[in-house]
Design a protein around this ligand. Structure first.
Ligand code: SF4
Length: 409
C-alpha cells in the first residue's frame, strides 16, 4: 500500500499543471451500479497558484519519451519516474470513490514507450473500473496524439470526456518548445473524434440503447505565456476549434515556470494570471455573445488590455456604434452593451413589447447599469454624462474598478 501511495504522490504532482478538466456537463443517475455523474463539480482541488479546479486528477505515468521544454515530465528532466498498472489506478479510483473522496476520475498520462502503449494502458484501467468495479461515474481522459484511430475509438466509448491538449497555438512555437509534436497530429484526432461524436448522436436518435461515445465531448488546453504567442493567436485558435470540432471548452493555463531554459520565462516570473483571466472572459464572449476573435483583437492590437475586460475594450474601440437605444436594438446588439448579459437582454426584449423602457424601468428590472449607462440610451435619454468619449468613460470605469478593489480592505 505504501508503494501505491508514493506512486500516487508522484503522479498526482505530475498532473497538477493540466487544467483541462472541470465540471462534466453530464448528468447520470446510478442505475444499480456504482457512482453518479453530476452536471457540475465532479470534485475539486486547489492548484499551486490558488485557483480552484476540479480534481480527479492523476497521471497513468510520468515516464515520458517526449521532451517538451515547458513540461515537468519531459524526458530530460531529472525527476522520480513511475507508472501505475491499470489495475492499480482502477482500484485507487474505486476505493477513493467509496470513501467519498472523489466523484470521478481525470486520468492523464505522459507518453510512455509510444502513444499506443500508453492509450492501451489507459483503456485497460478504464475497462477494469467500468466493468470489474461497475463504476459509472464521470471519467475524463487525456488523448495522446498519434494514437491509432481504433484505440481512440475504444477510449471514446469508455470515457465521458476526452482532451487532446494543444498547449501551444502555433506551429512555430511547437517547433521551438515541443519539436516532437505538430499541429497536424494534434488536430487530426480532434477531427476524427468530432465526427464520431456526431455519428454517435445520430445513431442514438435511431437506437436509444446504443453506447455513448464521449457524451461530454472534447476539450483542450493552451498554455499562456510559455511562448511568444499573442492573445490574438490564442483566441483565433480557440475560435477555430469551436467552429471546426465543436469543442466544449478551451482551457487556458497561465504558465508556471518550472524549468530554467533560455526559451522560457525565468523561473521566478509570476504566472500571467490576469492575462489568463482576460482570455477566459474573451472565450466566454466567443461562446455566448457571438463575438469573433477578429472583432476583439487584431494583428495590430494583439493582446488584451489588462485593465478593462474585453467587452468594455471592444465597446470603447467601437464607440461610434454607441449609445444604443434599448427600445430599438436587437437582442444580439443588446448583448454587446457592456454590463448587459443574456438574462438582462431577455428581460429588456420581453418588457419593451408593452411600453417604452426608461432608466428607472431598467433599474427596477434588475439591469446592472454601472457600466451599461455609458453605452445606451433609454427612450432617447443618455445617462452616462455630458459627452460620450472613450477617455472619459475609461476614466470613470477605472475609478469604479479602484473603488471595487479598495472596498475589499
Ligand atoms: S508529451 Fe506531454 S507529458 Fe510528455 S513532455 Fe510533452 S507535455 Fe510533457
Amino acid at each position: 500500500m505504501d508503494k501505491l501511495i508514493s506512486k500516487l504522490k508522484i503522479l498526482a504532482e505530475g498532473a497538477k499543471y493540466d487544467v483541462s478538466c472541470s465540471s462534466s456537463g453530464v448528468e447520470r443517475r446510478n442505475k444499480g451500479k456504482l457512482g453518479n455523474s453530476r452536471s457540475f463539480g465532479i470534485c475539486h482541488t486547489w492548484s499551486s497558484d490558488g485557483r480552484c479546479i476540479s480534481l480527479l486528477k492523476v497521471l497513468m505515468s510520468n515516464n515520458c519519451i517526449y521532451d517538451c521544454t515547458y513540461c515537468i515530465n519531459r524526458v530530460s528532466n531529472d525527476i522520480k519516474r513511475t507508472s501505475f498498472f491499470p489495475e492499480e489506478i482502477a482500484k485507487i479510483t474505486y476505493e477513493f470513490y467509496r470513501r467519498n473522496y472523489i466523484e470521478g476520475l481525470f486520468l492523464s498520462s505522459a507518453v510512455e514507450k509510444n502513444p499506443d502503449y500508453t492509450t492501451e494502458n489507459i483503456c485497460k484501467a478504464l475497462e477494469i473500473l467500468r466493468f470489474k468495479y461497475g463504476f459509472s461515474g464521470y471519467i475524463h481522459v487525456k488523448g495522446i496524439p498519434n494514437t491509432s484511430k481504433d484505440l481512440m475509438t475504444k477510449l471514446g466509448f469508455l470515457a465521458d470526456r476526452l482532451s487532446i491538449n494543444i498547449e501551444l497555438p502555433s506551429e512555430k512555437s511547437l517547433k521551438i518548445l515541443a519539436p516532437q509534436k505538430n499541429t497536424k497530429t494534434l488536430l487530426l484526432p480532434m477531427k476524427n473524434l468530432n465526427n464520431q461524436i456526431m455519428e454517435n448522436k445520430e445513431e442514438k436518435k435511431k437506437y436509444k440503447a446504443s453506447k455513448n461515445f464521449l457524451p461530454a465531448g472534447q476539450t483542450t488546453q493552451m498554455i499562456v505565456g510559455a511562448s511568444q504567442d499573442s492573445d490574438y493567436q490564442l483566441l483565433k485558435t480557440s475560435q477555430n476549434l469551436y467552429d471546426r470540432f465543436q469543442l466544449k471548452r478551451v482551457f487556458y493555463s497561465a504558465y508556471i515556470p518550472v524549468v530554467e531554459n533560455s526559451l522560457l520565462p525565468a523561473v521566478n516570473t509570476k504566472p500571467p494570471l490576469k492575462r489568463e483571466h482576460r482570455l477566459y472572459q474573451a472565450d466566454w464572449l466567443l461562446r455566448f455573445y457571438k463575438f469573433r476573435a477578429d472583432e476583439l483583437l487584431s494583428e495590430v492590437n494583439r493582446n488584451f488590455d489588462l485593465e478593462f475586460d474585453p467587452k468594455i475594450n471592444w465597446a470603447l474601440n467601437n464607440i461610434h456604434l454607441f449609445p444604443k437605444e434599448v427600445n430599438e436594438v436587437s437582442y444580439d446588439e443588446l448583448l454587446r452593451i457592456p454590463g448587459i448579459g443574456p438574462k438582462s437582454a431577455h428581460r429588456i426584449v420581453k418588457e419593451r413589447k408593452f411600453f417604452k423602457l426608461n432608466y428607472d424601468n431598467l433599474k427596477k428590472m434588475g439591469v446592472v447599469l454601472k457600466r451599461a449607462k455609458y453605452f445606451l440610451t433609454c427612450d432617447g435619454r443618455y445617462h452616462g454624462g455630458i459627452v460620450i468619449k472613450p477617455e472619459i468613460i475609461k476614466y470613470k470605469l477605472g475609478e469604479m474598478e479602484n473603488d471595487r478593489q479598495l472596498s475589499f480592505f
